[in-house]
Design a protein around this ligand. Structure first.
Ligand SMILES: Nc1ncnc2c1ncn2[C@@H]1O[C@H](COP(=O)(O)OP(=O)(O)OP(=O)(O)O)[C@@H](O)[C@H]1O
Length: 281
């Protein structure tokens, strides 16, 4: 479990978090959304122990990340947005790095790499950014850690590879693993995450399961202009509108993450109070 209490973080005078608190449980895939510069990467780095809280605390499975103890490091993996891989072969990379992860599954690693269409005998130096990223993600998932952090994992991947990435991550989503994915590509998170966390203005604006969101809000495309009067948020599309409204029906629609995000940005107070209200609508 990841337990964040009253976390403050700033770079000089730039305050990124002013006392955020939340817990993130195993068995969930969390999607972290937020505008550029709201602190998605900073949060992941702090959980990974690569940045230290200025105040407050973070605990990951009972470890304090900033202490970087071996028991912590062998059970967490972060795929940053930007990374450097050494100029060696894939097999040497596995040989030198997998011993740090006691549960590393070599066969699974080569399966993932193969599923991304990367020849297993490739040299890392000759690879494009997207190809290197696929190797690194494959390594992270195959390390079988209990906390997997990915910063914009689909960035730089082609359309087919994005589909494959979703399969690989979905396969990694076990009851004992906590997966956090930050992304601007909300479509890439659809049907992959089960909880959404939206950062805004040094705070956590929303942290909700998609099931809970679907119970409270409905997402639909409507060609009836009358529907607009009940909309909490709408966007016009060809001959109609996409609409976020209160869910007053018995049925639950699929959560449209992009619409949810836009609605939350357009009227944070209202969306937050609806989603945080305990009464059923
Ligand atoms: N090394 C650094 N030194 C100083 N300021 C930094 C540093 N890294 C990030 N920042 C600032 O901290 C804030 C949060 O940055 P962060 O990269 O965590 O945001 P983000 O939500 O991941 O952004 P993006 O969506 O653009 O990747 C931004 O205002 C950024 O300019």
């Amino acid at each position: 479990m990841i337990d964040i209490q009253n976390l403050h973080f700033h770079y000089g005078k730039n305050h990124v978090f002013k006392g955020i608190s939340t817990t993130l449980e195993p068995g969930h895939v969390y999607g972290i959304l937020g505008k550029n510069g709201t602190g998605k990467s900073t949060l992941l780095y702090a959980i990974a122990g690569l940045l230290y809280p200025k105040a407050g605390s973070i605990q990951v499975n009972g470890f304090v990340p900033a202490r970087r103890e071996p028991g912590f490091l062998e059970d967490i993996f972060m795929v940053p947005e930007e990374f450097h891989l050494p100029n060696i072969s894939i097999s040497d990379f596995v040989k030198y790095h997998s011993p740090f992860y006691p549960n590393f599954d070599k066969a699974a690693f080569y399966d993932f790499v193969g599923s991304f269409d990367i020849p297993p005998d490739s040299l890392l130096q000759g690879m494009s950014y997207g190809q290197k990223k696929k190797v690194f993600i494959s390594f992270g998932v195959a390390s079988n850690v209990s906390v997997l952090l990915m910063d914009e994992p689909s960035n730089g991947l082609d359309i087919i590879s994005k589909g494959q990435l979703r399969k690989v991550i979905a396969g990694a989503a076990t009851d004992s693993r906590t997966i956090l994915i930050s992304s601007h590509q909300v479509q890439d998170l659809e049907n992959l995450i089960d909880e959404v966390l939206i950062l805004k203005d040094t705070e956590i604006l929303l942290k909700q399961s998609l099931d809970a969101v679907a119970r409270k809000l409905s997402f639909k495309i409507s060609f009836d202009p009358d529907d607009l009067k009940d909309a909490l948020f709408s966007e016009s599309i060809l001959r109609g509108n996409t609409i976020v409204a209160l869910n007053t029906e018995e049925t639950e629609s699929n959560v449209d993450l992009e619409l949810l995000y836009k609605a939350a940005m357009a009227d944070p107070k209202k969306i937050k109070s609806i989603l945080n209200s305990h009464s059923e609508i």
